[in-house]
Design a protein around this ligand. Structure first.
Ligand code: R1P
Ligand code: URA
Length: 235
């Protein structure tokens, strides 16, 4: 057990999917896992372990934002020995050609969070995905015909910016989309020498202002789950 997870030692698999939304964790376990067992209930941050195509795999909700998600990522690595951490989340598109429901594989993650300023004494660290995981995920997504973009994203501490248009600077530098956790995940993965990837589905669009419903975000973004689970097979 750790401070925020009440799983028994050894109960969490080496490969873990990480949605922000704990109800998406339940949906993933119920839809994709064989024999899912709930391993966490602390703070309602649901986590499950089961098998997928014969391999043990877990899913653990992380909550929203770098601060919350880093608590879970720290404990999963340090206290449960997790080695392959694949975030499955939603994002807002910054680019006209990155459409709602497309997949985004986060090759790297910019951030407006102060966490790495503190950690690295105001020098810049570039948080990046594990290349092997990224390549596998891209190949799987392409084979299945899923519209998939690979590139830089923004992990923001702020969902509701005072200046809505602030995203345009990042968009002009080619950043594809915004979410709220990947930069923290990639930084901790680098620190501990484990593998990490972020697979996202575009849930809304900052340019066109198109949106999806909360129910759709929770239930229907199954392409990214398939990509994440299959990328984790055999690790
Ligand atoms: O869908 P999830 O995984 O929660 O990810 C995105 O959605 C939340 C904001 O609505 C943030 O956590 C952001 O990163
Ligand atoms: O962080 C997020 C997630 C989805 N959509 C956004 O606009 N921001």
């Amino acid at each position: 057990m750790s401070v925020h997870l009440n799983a028994e030692p050894g109960q969490i698999a080496e490969t873990v999917l990480l949605p922000g939304d704990p109800l998406r964790a339940r949906h993933i376990a119920e839809t994709f896992f064989e024999h899912p067992v709930q391993h966490n209930s602390v703070r309602g941050m649901l986590g499950y372990t089961g098998t997928y195509r014969g391999q043990r795999v877990s899913v653990q909700g992380t909550g929203m934002g770098i601060a919350s998600s880093m608590i879970y990522v720290n404990e999963l690595i340090r206290d449960y020995g997790c080695q392959n951490l694949i975030r499955v989340g939603t994002c807002g598109s910054y680019q006209p050609d990155v459409h709602v429901r497309d997949l985004v594989l986060a090759q790297a993650a910019c951030t407006d969070s102060n966490i790495n300023n503190i950690r690295f004494g105001h020098k810049n660290f570039a948080p990046i995905a594990d290349f092997g995981l990224l390549l596998r995920a891209y190949q799987i997504a392409r084979e299945r015909g899923f519209t998939t973009h690979v590139g830089n994203i923004m992990s923001s501490d702020t969902f509701y910016h005072d200046d809505f248009d602030q995203y345009k600077l990042w968009a002009a530098y080619g950043v594809l989309a915004v979410e709220m956790e990947a930069a923290g995940l990639y930084t901790l993965a680098a620190k501990h020498g484990v593998k990490a990837l972020t697979v996202l589905t575009v849930s809304d669009h900052l340019v066109t202002r198109e949106e999806t419903t909360a129910e759709e975000r929770q239930q229907t973004f199954n392409q990214m789950i398939e990509v994440a689970l299959d990328a984790g097979l055999g690790l």
